[in-house]
Write a protein that binds this ligand. Structure first.
Ligand SMILES: Nc1nc2c(ncn2[C@@H]2O[C@H](COP(=O)(O)OP(=O)(O)OP(=O)(O)O)[C@@H](O)[C@H]2O)c(=O)[nH]1
Length: 266
């Protein structure tokens, strides 16, 4: 189930259909994905968050005067990318998060960027990614310099920001809105190639070696780019990409808003 944040806009003018943008937040456990997501959605910093939860939230945003229906998937991989299809085929943009005080999380963010680059190569479809160095408030314990973040982002051609989920909301909001802008640019370039749904599973014969070589054997790529336009399923046949991982499904028993109540909010 998705949780809806934000208020419906009131107005007497003609209704503008909001742009639909799906954003997936990736990164190693503890990097601060949930904290950033919750900060963006509620303006609050939640210090403790169940690491086993994975959920997708909706928020009505206005970006550059344009209404946007934003869905944010706060992923909960274990230590490496797993069952990646659930977000690879769903997202219009990715936020790859590491923590500036954790070298391990920085190394993981590099794996995620590799994965996205491989996926882009396989599908010949570029999905924008932004690299975020989180926990900027912990800069005194830095294990990763800003220059390293800039260099990694440069290698993969993505935007880079250092942020903190427990500092100002506006900066976090700016980053999420930048992701929307990136997604929108890409959507405007190729609106017909968006993977609004996925076809039946059909592994590419050459994909296993590629993913295995990068330690991403558990991720298979299954996208519309392997299917010609004629083979596209009709809407009735289309399968919506699932937004919950098996991990999330096994743990999650109550609606997210109820779960959020138990957490410490500052
Ligand atoms: N100081 C500080 N702590 C943060 C920040 N962001 C997150 N944390 C803390 O880091 C820990 C992990 O944050 P989460 O948001 O659960 O990290 P995650 O990436 O979602 O991790 P998983 O849920 O395990 O996948 C929590 O104790 C947070 O309170 C930040 O910007 N600054």
């Amino acid at each position: 189930m998705s949780s809806v944040f934000g208020k419906p806009r009131a107005g007497s003018g003609p209704q503008i259909t909001p742009l639909e943008v799906n954003l997936a937040i990736l990164g190693r456990r503890g990097a601060g994905k949930s904290a950033l997501t919750v900060k963006f959605l509620t303006k609050r910093f939640i210090s403790e968050y169940d690491p086993n939860l994975e959920d997708t939230y909706s928020s009505e945003e206005t970006v550059d005067h344009q209404p946007v229906h934003l869905r944010v998937m706060d992923t909960a991989d274990l230590d490496t990318p797993r069952n990646c299809e659930r977000y690879l085929n769903w997202a219009h943009a990715f936020l790859v998060v590491y923590s500036v005080d954790s070298r391990q999380s920085f190394d993981s963010s590099s794996s995620y960027l590799e994965l996205l680059a491989l996926h882009a190569k396989e599908t010949q479809r570029s999905v924008p990614a932004l690299l975020l160095g989180n926990k900027l408030d912990m800069a005194q314990y830095r294990q990763v310099t800003k220059a390293e973040g800039v260099a990694l982002a440069g290698r993969f051609g993505c935007l880079f920001f250092e942020v903190s989920a427990c500092l100002d909301f506006e900066h976090v909001q700016h980053v999420f809105h930048e992701a929307v802008r990136e997604a929108r640019r890409e959507l405007e370039k190729s609106p017909l190639t968006r993977p609004l749904f996925i076809s039946e599973e059909r592994a590419l014969p050459h994909q296993a070696p590629l993913t295995a070589r990068h330690g991403l054997a558990s991720c298979t790529f299954n996208t519309l780019s392997t299917v010609s336009l004629k083979e596209m399923p009709t809407v009735a046949q289309a399968k919506l990409v699932t937004v919950k991982s098996s991990r999330a499904q096994s743990k999650r028993k109550a609606p997210t808003l109820t779960l959020l109540k138990g957490f410490k909010i500052f």
